[in-house]
Ligand binder design. Structure first.
Ligand code: ATP
Ligand code: MN
Length: 487
């Protein structure tokens, strides 16, 4: 074990020797997170980035963060232990390895600190030009330095939450016998039938081959016809559901919607379970169980990060999450919801009329004011929903469901799928879609069709809910929005 008064040579070679010495003692290079769990006296090497450095009465205090948890390890360097020319390179943003022993910390808020016997500087960070000095930066400014914002408290916390959330999503489905299916990113079918898709082409966009009538000669393109980035894996998910019963996709989806809002991205991640033999009620039950499970998981595994969000970003994060994890979701039909919204007699920006889609202001009002918790709205008008949703007996509404939550509005959209061949064909035609392009989708209704349902959860929407961050650009590592695809 390195002694506190052990004067260490600074050369890299000796540092490596020391690492090997520690390795022999079964001391791997460990994370800060792990180090906090070790007993006092344990010799460790910690590596990471310096968050701050403070000198007081000949002692140097360094906050070392390696991203493994919110809290940094305090390194204490006694007078004379580290040569001045090394210590002066240890500034905010620099990367170092510190060897030493864990000792009890007199400072409050931490059980241990590292009494340093040796420091190796991997990379310096010029104090005059390193943008992440200690003072608080705005989220807007940090967005412009996405290559460095991940080293800040807010983004460290956000992306650890995102990691835990991702893990919990897989756990939830895997524990319930769902099969994970990777649906394609490049597709030739337009799931929503509503445009908003990015074209994928290998044609020369300046001089595409043209047919005699002047239109682009798509048969000459890479796939022999127009191709797009997918907006949803649902249709392919249905293929798998009709063989594996319960499946889910979890991957990137793309929408060329030119709406610069705080809740829309051009590239976002979606979780889409699809279940054979599930009717709308089963679908709603699963969506509620799923949301509660992942919220509970993040509450249990990311407490420190959530506490930061609760303190610094949104005061109600912890209380609402605890509440949601325990409460039963509300349920209302679209028709009744319209009634409630009309009764509220508010001056809506978008008119409340049966047949109009619910806007965020309506969605938030329903969950925040009327139900005061998440609420599932079902049975929307047929004309505002896609062709694949199962038509109700009334022939005016479809078996659609949206889960609305306070602060965010719609977080999940789903439906029972139309499983009757004749009705589906009619809906396809009425939507102006080319039925030939959907031949395989129709086939699923010809060969062993069963009632089935599914939904889509936007990963970034639930991230906003969990963290209280109000701009969707701050919960995805590298946001893609109109006019912006930096990094
Ligand atoms: P919205 O009305 O909010 O635009 P939508 O009705 O277009 O949503 P769906 O097509 O049902 O959404 O997509 C399923 C889920 O994907 C939504 O509930 C939402 O969580 C998420 N989502 C949809 N569009 C985006 C986007 N542009 N950026 C991020 N997440 C999105
Ligand atoms: Mn949309």
């Amino acid at each position: 074990m390195p002694r506190a008064d052990y004067i260490v040579p600074e050369s890299w070679l000796t540092f490596q020797t020391n690492l090997r010495y520690l390795a022999c003692m079964n001391q791997e290079v460990i994370t800060v997170k792990h180090a906090f769990t070790l007993p006092v006296g344990t010799p460790v090497v910690l590596r990471g980035w310096v968050r701050s450095r403070r000198d007081s009465k000949g002692i140097t205090f360094i906050e070392l963060n390696d991203g493994s948890r919110f809290k940094s390890m305090q390194l204490v360097v006694d007078n004379g232990v580290i040569a001045d020319e090394i210590l002066k390179q240890v500034t905010t943003g620099s990367s170092i390895a510190a060897t030493g022993a864990l000792v009890e910390s007199p400072a409050k808020g931490q059980a241990v600190e590292l009494k340093v016997s040796q420091i190796h500087v991997y990379g310096t960070a010029d104090a005059a030009s390193y943008p992440l000095q200690k003072k608080g930066h705005t989220l807007e400014f940090l967005r412009e330095i996405s290559h460095l914002r991940v080293r800040s408290n807010t983004f460290g916390a956000a992306f650890r939450v995102r990691n835990a959330l991702t893990h919990s999503i897989h756990s939830f489905f895997q524990e319930r016998d769902f099969i994970y299916v990777q649906t394609p990113i490049i597709t030739t079918s337009d799931c929503e039938g509503a445009g908003q898709m990015f074209n994928v082409t290998s044609l020369n966009v300046n001089q595409p081959p043209r047919t005699p009538d002047g239109t682009v000669d798509w048969p000459q393109d890479f796939f022999g016809r127009p191709a797009y980035l997918t907006v949803s894996g649902q249709l392919e998910g249905e293929i798998f559901a009709l063989a594996f019963s319960k499946v889910y996709t979890f991957g990137p989806t793309f929408r060329a919607e030119n709406s610069n809002t705080p809740r829309h991205l051009a590239e976002f991640w979606m979780i889409e379970p699809e279940m054979a033999f599930y009717e709308l009620e089963d679908n709603m039950r699963l969506a509620e169980e799923f949301l509660k499970y992942i919220i509970r998981y993040v509450l249990d595994h990311c407490r420190e990060d959530l506490e930061f969000f609760n303190e610094r970003i949104e005061k109600t994060v912890l209380s609402t999450l605890e509440h949601v994890a325990e409460s039963n979701f509300g349920h209302i039909t679209y028709t009744d919801a319209i009634g409630e919204l009309k009764k509220a007699g508010k001056a809506w920006e978008f008119p409340v009329e049966w047949g109009n889609d619910l806007q965020t202001e309506h969605e938030r009002f329903l969950s925040e004011e009327i139900f005061k918790k998440p609420v599932i709205v079902s049975d929307y008008p047929k004309d505002i929903k896609p062709f694949y949703m199962r038509v109700n007996e009334d022939d005016r509404t479809v078996r659609a469901m949206d889960v609305l939550v306070p602060r965010v509005g719609e977080i999940i959209g789903g439906s029972q799928r139309e499983d009757r061949h004749d009705v589906l064909l009619q809906r396809l035609r009425a939507s102006g879609l080319d039925e030939k392009a959907y031949w395989w989708y129709l086939d699923l209704r010809k060969f062993g069709s069963v009632p089935h349902s599914g939904f889509g959860l936007g990963l970034e929407r639930i991230m906003m809910y969990l963290t209280g961050l109000k701009n969707i650009r701050d919960v995805i590592p590298f946001p893609r929005t109109p006019g912006n695809a930096d990094f």
